[in-house]
Design a protein around this ligand. Structure first.
Ligand code: ADP
Length: 625
C-alpha cells in the first residue's frame, strides 16, 4: 500500500502527463499533466479516447500503437505534432504495458512529454549544421574540424587540392597519421594546445609543402564549446595567402631597392603641404643637412624655418619663386628641376638638385608639392674643375697656335735669307769649287726649299684656328667647282675622270672648305696608280640620325694599309719618301683641323692597292637652307 502511495505521489507530481487506459482505450487514470494538456484529469477519467475530443490523428496513432503494446507487450513511442497558430507543439508519448498477476496485459500507461523546445533546438542544430556544411563545402579556405581527441571529424574538399587526398581519407585520423611532415605536426599541435588551454582563437602563419609547391598559409584555430562550456572540438581555417605574401615580399623588396637607390643617389624625399605651410622630410634629411632628429625635433619644418636654417639668404627668393610656380601651375603633371645651395647645420655649403612635382585636389588646386633633393656637390665641383680645365686648355691651345704662327712666320725670314744666299753662292761658285762643294750646295738649296714648304704648311695649319672666317651658307657644288678649276692643269695632265654628284649647302668657311677639297683631290691625283686612269667620285649623304652631311671623296688610287688610317691625319706624317711622292705631310692634318673647326669628323676607308675614300662630316645647321 505504501508503495502504491509512493507511485501515486510520483505520478501526481510528474511533469509528464501519465494516463492509464484499459483495453478498450478508456481512461482509468490521469495525473494532472498540466504542463502537457489544458484538460484536467476529470476530463479524461471514465471516458474513452474517442470521447474527449482529442486531435483525430493523435487518437488514431495512440490506438494503433496502444494496440501494438497490447498484442506484443513491447513499449512503443509516438511523436505527435499539433499545429498551433504560431507553430507546432510536439509531444512524445511512450506507451508501456501493465501486467496483472497472471502476467497478462491489463492496461497500458501513456506517458506524454512536451518536447517542443527540444525539437526546436534539435532543428536549429540541424539547420546550423547544414549551413556550416554548405559554407564549408563552398569555401575557398581549407576547413577542418578536429574532435576532442584531435582526430579529423570534418574536412572540406579544398584539402584535396593541396594534398591530393579526398576528405574521407582524413576522418578519424590524427595529424601524424595523414602524412604531414613531423615539423608541421609539432607546429599544429602546439597551436591547437594553446587554443584549447586558453579557450582563445589562435592565428599563425606558416609555409607548407603542398602538391602544388610551397604555399603560405594563414591558419586560425577556433575552439568550439558545448552547452556546458567545455571545449568539444576545434575548427581550423587555413587560408592560402601565397599570392598576398609574394606581393608583400616583392613590395618589401622593391621598397628596399628604392631605399638603396635613394641612399646611393643620396636622395632625400619630401612633401610640402600648402595649407599648413609645412615640409615633411624623410629620415635621410638629417644626413644631407648635417643635423639630427634631436636637434631638429622631427622632420617637420615650416617653410620659413627651413629657408632660414638651411638656404643661403641670397638664394631664398629663387627657391620661393620656384615653389610658388609649382603652387600656381595649372599643369597637374608639372615636374621641374632646380639647383641651389644649402648651408648644412655644421656650416658646410652644399649644392643640391631639387626635382619637384605637384599634387592637386579635384578642383585643380595644388594641395601639396613633393620632390627629392640630391646632393650634387661633388658633381658641381667636378663640373667647375672641368670648366677650369677647358679654360686652361683653350688658353694653352691659343698660346700654342700663337707660338706656331709666330715661330713659323718669324722663321720664314731667316730661311729666306739662307735660301737666297745659298742660291747666290750656287750661281757664283758652281763649278768653281770642287764637285763635293757643288753637291753640298744642292743639298742646302733643296733643304731650304723643303723647309720653306714645311714652314708654310705649319703656318697654314696654325692659321686654320686663328685666321678662319665667319661661317656663312656655303654651296659645296660651287666650292668644288672652283677647286677643280684651280687644279685644272694637273687634272688634264693625267686624264682624270671626276664624277661629281649634287652636293648640299652647308654653314661654313668657304675658303677653308675649298682647301679641304683641294687637299683631298690633289692627294687623289698624287697617289694614283700608274697603270690605270684615275677616277674620282665626289658625293654627299644626309645622315638624319646624327644630323649631319657626310661628304665622300673616292679614288681608285694606290690605297692605304689599314694600320695607317689614323696616322696619316697627323702633321708631318707621310707613308712614302719624297723621291717617290712629293709632299710635306701637312695636307690631311689641315683637312682635319678645318673639319673639326666646323664641328665635323674626318676618316678614311681604304683598300690597299685598290683605292681610298675620304669621308668628312659637316653638321646640318639649325635652319635648313
Ligand atoms: P702629303 O700628301 O703631303 O704626303 P698628306 O697629309 O696630304 O701629306 O697625306 C699624308 C699621307 O697619306 C700621304 O703621304 C699618303 O701616304 C697618304 N695619302 C693621302 N691621300 C691618299 C690617297 N688619296 N691615296 C693613298 N694615300 C694617300
Amino acid at each position: 500500500m505504501q508503495r502504491e502511495r509512493l507511485y501515486r505521489t510520483l505520478a501526481e507530481n510528474s511533469p509528464f502527463a501519465i494516463r492509464r487506459l484499459d483495453n478498450e482505450f478508456k481512461f482509468i487514470y490521469s495525473n494532472k499533466g498540466s504542463s502537457v494538456s489544458e484538460l484536467s484529469k476529470e476530463d479524461f477519467v471514465g471516458k474513452t479516447i474517442d470521447e474527449i475530443g482529442m486531435n483525430e490523428d493523435i487518437v488514431k496513432s495512440w490506438k494503433r500503437c496502444g494496440q501494438k503494446v497490447f498484442t506484443t507487450g513491447e513499449n512503443q513511442e509516438i511523436v505527435n505534432e499539433i499545429p498551433l497558430s504560431n507553430g507546432f507543439i510536439t509531444f512524445k508519448s511512450t506507451i508501456v504495458p501493465e501486467f496483472d498477476i497472471k502476467d497478462e496485459i491489463e492496461s497500458i500507461l501513456v506517458i506524454t512529454e512536451d518536447i517542443t523546445e527540444f525539437k526546436k533546438t534539435e532543428n536549429e542544430l540541424k539547420i546550423s549544421k547544414e549551413n556550416f556544411r554548405t559554407l564549408a563545402e563552398n569555401s575557398p579556405d581549407t576547413i577542418i574540424r578536429l574532435d576532442k581527441d584531435m582526430k579529423y571529424a570534418y574536412v572540406n574538399p579544398v584539402i584535396t587540392e593541396n594534398s591530393g587526398k579526398p576528405p574521407e581519407y582524413y576522418i578519424g585520423k590524427r595529424y601524424d597519421e595523414v602524412g604531414i611532415p613531423e615539423k608541421y605536426v609539432k607546429i599544429f599541435e602546439e597551436n591547437n594546445r594553446k587554443a584549447i588551454e586558453n579557450g582563445e582563437i589562435q592565428r599563425y602563419e606558416f609555409e607548407f609543402p603542398t602538391i602544388k609547391g610551397m604555399k603560405y598559409i594563414e591558419s586560425i584555430a577556433i575552439p568550439e564549446f558545448n552547452a556546458n562550456e567545455e571545449i568539444e572540438s576545434l575548427l581550423i581555417l587555413d587560408r592560402d595567402i601565397t599570392e598576398r605574401k609574394n606581393f608583400e615580399d616583392s613590395l618589401k623588396e622593391s621598397r628596399a631597392q628604392l631605399r638603396i637607390a635613394m641612399d646611393l643617389a643620396k636622395l632625400v624625399s619630401w612633401q610640402y603641404d600648402v595649407e599648413s605651410d609645412l615640409f615633411t622630410f624623410d629620415n635621410h634629411f638629417y644626413a644631407l643637412y648635417g643635423t639630427s632628429a634631436e636637434r631638429e625635433g622631427g622632420t617637420l619644418l615650416s617653410s620659413e624655418k627651413y629657408a632660414r636654417k638651411f638656404i643661403p639668404p641670397e638664394e631664398v627668393s629663387i627657391v620661393k619663386e620656384e615653389i610658388d610656380r609649382a603652387i600656381k601651375t595649372d599643369n597637374p603633371n608639372f615636374v621641374e628641376n632646380m639647383e641651389h645651395s644649402i648651408i648644412r647645420a655644421d656650416g658646410e655649403k652644399r649644392y643640391i638638385n631639387v626635382r619637384f612635382g605637384v599634387i592637386k585636389d579635384k578642383n585643380g588646386k595644388t594641395i601639396k608639392t613633393f620632390g627629392s633633393n640630391q646632393d650634387i656637390t661633388s658633381l658641381k665641383e667636378t663640373e667647375e674643375q672641368l670648366k677650369e680645365t677647358i679654360k686652361e686648355l683653350e688658353r694653352s691651345n691659343e698660346e700654342l697656335q700663337q707660338f706656331a704662327y709666330v715661330s713659323s712666320h718669324d722663321l720664314q725670314e731667316p730661311l729666306r735669307t739662307i735660301a737666297s744666299f745659298t742660291q747666290l753662292l750656287e750661281r757664283r761658285y758652281k763649278g768653281k769649287l770642287d764637285s763635293d762643294a757643288d753637291e753640298f750646295m744642292d743639298y742646302i738649296v733643296e733643304a731650304s726649299v723643303r723647309m720653306k714648304a714645311q714652314i708654310e704648311g705649319l703656318l697654314e695649319y696654325s692659321r686654320v684656328g686663328t685666321k678662319g672666317e665667319e661661317f656663312k651658307p656655303a654651296d659645296m657644288n660651287e666650292i668644288l667647282n672652283k677647286t677643280i678649276q684651280s687644279l685644272n692643269t694637273s687634272i688634264k695632265e693625267i686624264d682624270t675622270n671626276i664624277k661629281v654628284d649634287e652636293l648640299p649647302v652647308v654653314m661654313g668657311d668657304g675658303n677653308q672648305l675649298q682647301r679641304v677639297f683641294q687637299n683631298l683631290i690633289s692627294n687623289a691625283i698624287k697617289f694614283k696608280k700608274q697603270e690605270e686612269p684615275l677616277k674620282i667620285h665626289v658625293y654627299a649623304n644626309k645622315d638624319i640620325c646624327n644630323n649631319e652631311y657626310v661628304f665622300s671623296v673616292q679614288d681608285n688610287g694606290i690605297g692605304i694599309e689599314e694600320q695607317y688610317n689614323e696616322r696619316i691625319f697627323t702633321i708631318f706624317q707621310r707613308l712614302h719618301t719624297r723621291d717617290v711622292y712629293e709632299g710635306t705631310g701637312i695636307g690631311l692634318s689641315v683637312v682635319k683641323r678645318i673639319i673639326e673647326r666646323h664641328g665635323g669628323r674626318v676618316w678614311v676607308e681604304s683598300s690597299f692597292g685598290k683605292g681610298s675614300t675620304f669621308y668628312f662630316t659637316i653638321p646640318i645647321s639649325g635652319s635648313e637652307f
